[in-house]
Design a protein around this ligand. Structure first.
Ligand SMILES: [Fe+2]
Ligand SMILES: [Fe+2]
Length: 157
């Protein structure tokens, strides 16, 4: 396991939830609520470990991707605020499905940029051993991740 593999596994988990949501029936309110609660949990923990450990380490050790990291933090900012709104929104609300759709668009765009545009540069700059070390720290931090989306650092500012 290394840090990038760990993050990509999270991305896959979230993508599965998105696909399930897209397949859920219009009136499957309980199912949609459950799926969105899982999205909130997964994405909050994921954004947290990226912001607490991965992003700052990468900025220090692969400074060439700094701009990508800063853009990523702004994208997280939007996502965690949307998650906090979805947390308290009734799935019968006429804005619920639209908000989930825009959340999914934002996350898919963000994941694509991470995986295709700059994680490969990080892998080149940091190397296998360092990424393995980092994955241990990240796995540990995941256990202590908050469940409130607005507890993720990028929610502020
Ligand atoms: Fe991210
Ligand atoms: Fe990510």
């Amino acid at each position: 396991m290394d840090a990038i593999v760990l993050l990509k596994d999270d991305h896959k988990t979230v993508e599965k939830l998105f696909k399930q949501f897209e397949k859920a029936g219009e009136d499957a309110y309980d199912e949609k609520r459950k799926l969105v609660d899982q999205m909130i949990e997964e994405l909050t923990a994921h954004a947290y470990i990226e912001e607490q450990i991965f992003y700052p380490t990468v900025r220090a050790e692969a400074p060439e991707v700094c701009e990508h990291v800063l853009e990523s933090i702004e994208e997280h900012h939007v996502v965690v605020w949307m998650l906090s709104e979805l947390k308290d929104m009734d799935p019968r609300d006429e804005r619920f499905d639209a908000k989930v759709t825009v959340l999914m668009e934002n996350v898919r765009h963000h994941v694509e940029e991470e995986e295709d545009e700059w994680f490969p540069e990080v892998r080149k700059a940091m190397g296998r051993n360092r990424l393995q070390e980092l994955s241990e720290q990240m796995a540990e931090a995941k256990g202590k991740a908050p469940s409130q989306p607005l507890a993720v650092p990028s929610a502020r500012k």
